[in-house]
Design a protein around this ligand. Structure first.
Ligand code: KG4
Ligand code: ZN
Length: 341
């Protein structure tokens, strides 16, 4: 087969993402987000997200096909995020993918959202050298993975034991009065601030090094920021918002990059790929590249738009599976909100 042409559908959270990819070439990346509808709640409301996916699905698929200049009958397969994610939101994407696959007589591939965050990098930097270590940091996940084969062998090395990194950004943004989702506003505020406060680095003590070497914890950091801000407010002094943002961001990025590079070193792996919404963070990108270079490790991070949830990542993984000769999913493919990697 020439390079496979795959349409990817992503609905695990609040973005309806439709991507069209041929081999490693991105042809369309259409995203309809319901993020504004969730902003006033300070987090994603599952029912609102599911309804928004339903409304956005058909027009977004059409938009992607038009942009790519292909018809549904041209694609070789339909790929869809089958998990993990919000159950109702996933169901909309999986049902739509089955309908398109059945109507067009195309094979269906249910894919893992986390593996798709890793696969998307190939659209920018070409095939991922395997084995690689992947750092996945989003609003729902913070994981370190060993990727022996994107198609067959991804092994978890560690994960957050409480909040995800993106969740910490969102919660700290909220307490600083910044809008949801808070990652980009904190990133921007931090550029204007200085690292003046030494916030805690979760799970980096000597005992954690044995028991939680590749795990993360961000809830203590979030509480430390809240306490610091409260104390400041009690004292009547103004809260130096930009400095708090910069110091908080530094603590998150320090731990993420330290553990990711340690994972590469311990596994004897020279490629680190970073994905998920938090990978859009400018400080994380710069720190990872700088620290990895010192150890001879190559860092791959896709451009910010491909880091946050999108359909291109699902299509990219779908292409990889088709090219690797992986069997398609059955048409009774279930959505699995807690799908393991
Ligand atoms: O991967 P994603 O779009 O959705 C999930 O699967 O969760 O990630 C969304 C998360 C949010 O928590 C958002 O605040 C965070 O990614 N994020 C960022 C940045 N841009 C988005 N976090 C830090 N810095 C950014 N520039
Ligand atoms: Zn995601």
């Amino acid at each position: 087969m020439t390079e496979p042409l795959v349409l990817g559908i992503e609905t695990s959270c609040d973005e309806t993402g439709i991507g069209i990819v041929r081999g490693h070439t991105l042809l369309a990346d259409a995203v309809a987000s319901s993020v504004d509808e969730h902003a006033r709640f300070g987090g994603v409301v599952p029912e609102v997200a599911s309804r928004a996916h339903l409304e956005a699905m058909i027009p977004t698929v059409q938009r992607a096909l038009d942009t790519a200049g292909v018809a549904l009958s041209d694609v070789d397969a339909i790929a869809v995020t089958a998990g993990p994610g919000l159950a109702g939101a996933l169901l909309v994407g999986v049902a739509a993918a089955k309908a398109y696959a059945l109507a067009a007589g195309k094979p269906l591939y249910g894919v893992n959202h986390l593996a798709a965050h890793v696969a998307v990098d190939s659209l920018e930097h070409g095939p991922l050298p395997e084995p690689a270590v992947a750092l996945l940091v989003s609003g729902g996940h913070s994981s370190l993975l060993r990727v022996d084969s994107l198609a067959h062998g991804v092994t978890p090395l560690g994960a957050t034991i409480d909040d995800a990194a993106g969740e910490a950004f969102d919660k700290v943004a909220r307490l600083l009065g910044l809008p949801f989702p808070g990652g980009l506003p904190i990133d921007n505020a931090a550029r204007e601030g200085k690292i003046t406060i030494q916030f805690p680095r979760g799970l980096t003590g000597p005992r954690d090094q044995r028991e939680h070497r590749f795990d993360f914890s961000f809830s203590g950091l979030k509480t430390a920021v809240a306490r610091w801000v409260e104390a400041r407010e009690r004292s009547g002094e103004p809260v130096p918002m930009n400095d708090v943002a910069a110091s908080f961001q530094e603590a998150v990025c320090d731990v993420l990059t330290r553990k990711a590079i340690d994972a590469c070193a311990s596994q004897g792996i020279e490629t680190l790929v970073i994905g998920g919404g938090v990978a859009a963070n400018s400080r994380l990108r710069a720190m990872a590249v700088e620290r990895a270079a010192a150890k001879g490790i190559e860092v791959r991070v896709p451009r910010p738009k491909l880091c946050t949830d999108n359909g291109a990542m699902v299509a990219a993984l779908g292409c990889h599976l088709v090219a690797a000769g992986v069997e398609p999913s059955r048409l009774d493919l279930p959505a699995d909100s807690a799908m393991p990697i």
